[in-house]
Design a protein around this ligand. Structure first.
Ligand SMILES: [Mg+2]
Ligand SMILES: [Zn+2]
Length: 177
């Protein structure tokens, strides 16, 4: 069975980027995020969050807090997210999981047996787009979060206003294959 996936950035793509989210009450879904995820799910994509959370390494919050955040977020999203991966390290740790390095995607691909050619990476920063490039997965930019700045100079294949616009395009592409 061939599995296709959308790898999603969290902050600035699904929820508001509040710069080191450290309180559960700060989790706020972006406009059209839930509709977009629902549409992607309906056309058969696994939804996998890949998020840099260096606030852990910097001592702002714990890994357990990030895991709790993901539980709460997924319940806000009717548990549509199939998996959450996050990098807890700081840039100085030189790990292999901090985006734009591909560690998180590599792990997900092993676990779910994902077909890269039919998959996408979606995010609001150029590090998300570079992640897609590094993993050989088509990168798409959303202009929420930092995306309005990122779009001025991006290697993204396409640029969209929100996750619902992303979903419409992906599902359309998929149906013409
Ligand atoms: Mg982001
Ligand atoms: Zn890492």
């Amino acid at each position: 069975m061939e599995i296709k996936a959308v790898f999603l950035d969290r902050d600035g793509t699904i929820i508001e980027d509040v710069n080191y989210l450290s309180k559960l009450e700060d989790i706020k879904l972006l406009p059209h995020a839930k509709d977009g995820l629902k549409a992607l799910k309906e056309c058969g994509y696994k939804l996998i969050v890949v998020s840099n959370q260096s606030g852990v390494g910097r001592g702002y919050f714990t890994k357990e807090f990030v895991e709790k955040t993901h539980k709460v977020l997924n319940s806000m999203l009717d548990n549509m997210i199939d998996a959450f991966y996050f990098c807890p390290h700081t840039p100085n740790d030189n790990c292999s999981c901090r985006k734009p390095k591909t560690g998180m995607i590599d792990e997900a691909i092993k676990h779910f047996n994902i077909n890269k050619k039919r998959s996408y990476v979606v995010g609001d920063k150029e590090s998300d787009i570079e992640l897609g490039k590094n993993a050989n997965i088509t990168p798409l930019l959303v202009t929420s979060g930092y995306g309005s700045i990122t779009k001025q100079n991006t290697k993204a294949k396409k640029v969209f206003d929100n996750l619902y616009e992303v979903a419409k395009w992906i599902c359309q592409e998929d149906s013409t294959e």
